[in-house]
Design a protein around this ligand. Sequence first.
Ligand code: H2U
Length: 347
Amino acid sequence: MPTFDLSEHPHRRYNPLTGSWVLVSPHRAKRPWQGQVEKAPVELRPAYDPKCYLCPGNERAGGQQNPEYTGTYSFVNDFSALLEDVPEGSYEKKGIFRAESQRGVCKVICFSPRHDLTIPQMEVRAIRKVVDLWVEEYEELSSKDFINYVQIFENKGAIMGCSNLHPHGQIWSQSTVPEVPALKTYYQQKYHKSHGSSLLADCLREELKGNERIVTANDRFVALVPFWAVWPFETMIIPRRHVQNISQLTDEEKSALADIYKRVTVRYDNLFEVSFPYSAGIHQSPTDGQDHRAWHMHVSFYPPLLRSATVKKFMVGYEMLAEPQRDITPELSAARLRELPERHYTE
Ligand code: H2U
């Protein structure tokens, strides 16, 4: 028997942030593919669309009118999934059927007045304004006594369910820490207690030694494909300094976050020469007033594309019923992303 090799043999990898596992099948990445491979048509969009509900000056579906904004702009989601005024209460029957009321605030964030741009096409200066708005929103929402967690995220591309191509993101904030950030809170605290250090700082130190999964970096942040990545080209941006949330970032770090966000998303677009779809978001400390020194904030990108502009990874059958699975190893994905230019393919 040959010795166990992560690049050859089927294995499971552990995610120390959530306690979950992913099945990796490197040998299958070599199997023949008969699916159709085609380039997505390039879409030409106007800088202003009179029918877009996010463009400056336009009317939204709820009847409200956007101001003639020139930078970023945020508003309370007209169809919020969470509401501020909800009576407190819970439901319980036989210990089996349980429910609890939930309060929250949902916001929509316009990244730019330009309808035809996406983050990778924006200038770092303009992305920095988005970072500033995230910080402002995080601080404002967390100051409300009923908000205990603020989830900042972006759905990019129609296949991610994005309803409008105007560059925008969302924030959902609520009274309970939801499941994924709650798991990350638990596992980071556990690690911090037993090791006396940040799980992600220790992870980063190891990653920087090997350079096997690093995609790109600047003075303040590193972008890498995590060892435990589920999606084919999943990446994570980690601050080099152990900070719990975006409101602790220095001025320099905020600009560096804008810079690395652009570097990652430009590489994504360049991979299949398409506006690369993904869901991305910031995981950071809950705003519930507890001691969260173990938290190390990070940005996660979950893109579904696998092999071309149109062939995506299906999280179906085994993934739905058992656990996530991937063929291409995180090391190979990182190598592919690393070798791409940091200049957008349309320039
Ligand atoms: P996506 O990021 O998934 O495209 O969602 C856009 C959000 O914008 C969605 O949650 C909100 C929807 O409720 N929206 C408004 O708040 N006002 C509108 O006029 C249309 C859409």
